[in-house]
Ligand binder design. Sequence first.
Ligand code: SF4
Length: 361
Amino acid sequence: MVITFPHMGRVYISVKALFDDLNVKLVVPPPVSKNTLELGTRLAPEMACLPLKINIGNYIESIKRGADTIILTGSCGPCRFGYYGVVQKEILKDLGYDVNIVILDAPNTGFKAFIDKIRMISGYSSLSSLMRAFRAAFKVTVEVDELMDIVLRKRPREKHKGETDRLLSRFEHDVLKVHGSTETLELVAIYKDKISVIAEDEKADPVRIGLVGEIYTLIEPYVNLNVEKKLGSLGVEVHRGITLTDWIKTHLSMDMKYKRARRNALDKAKPYLGRCIGGHAWETIAATVGFNEKGMDGVIQILPFGCMPEIVAESIIPTISRDLSLPAMTVTVDELTGEAGYMTRLEAFVDLLSQKKGMVS
Ligand code: SF4
């Protein structure tokens, strides 16, 4: 069995560490590219969400590299994500791909079924080795997210432009060559140290922007047109409203302290949205209010075209912006989004925030 999975930001680092530890053969899907998007756009229904289209492209690219088993995440809930796994399975079947498809529903909807499927994929590893591998993979996720926080803080302050990104791309190259969680964690630690000591411009006083939106769009650079890097190059310190660590903790953690903290964070959305309406709209609204409390200069919502929950969030954000005097902007991304127009909007927003910041300080 050679498994593969959807590409989603830097998820592949943790998934690779997990399956290396379990001695499962794996095809890491190539980074999302024009080819991935073209494949997905051609083969998925026109009105499907952008993430679904790209996932289809990922699977086909991985199948061509030898994968015969695809792991998809399933879900239930008010938005189309609830049907994702099943729809993708049907599309691949219709296209004639002879692959096994394993849909993993979140463990909080059935822990035993989740573990049974993982055990089956891993050649019936013992429960203890599974738990060990999961814990280590989670540690990898936390460390990679911390590495990214260092990158986001460093980009707008670096003395020699481009140094942070040069090291980040070297890390992304090297991480594919290491095997298992121990080697991965060692490598992450090395790059955390290297990036932390990059020389900073002492006069740098970056504008701070919070990014909010649906998780896939926020963490996959190809889909959000590398918004973190673009903003960093404009001298912005970026803060992410949702990370992979948050997602895993939300769906897997039994930690009551985390659950209370999450509840408190979501309560911030109460005056505007009091419940989950699918996707990450609730988190988007809560994070927007939370970013104001953290003193951000502005918020940008990244909205994948046609995403129902984020469209609702988009309609609420102007009210929050008015109530809290927090500048906010929504950018919609789809397969037709042009890079130049996107960059112009980011530049204009950052200019506005810089002027406002200059007037205040
Ligand atoms: S959150 Fe939005 S983009 Fe994601 S599956 Fe739901 S509707 Fe589609």
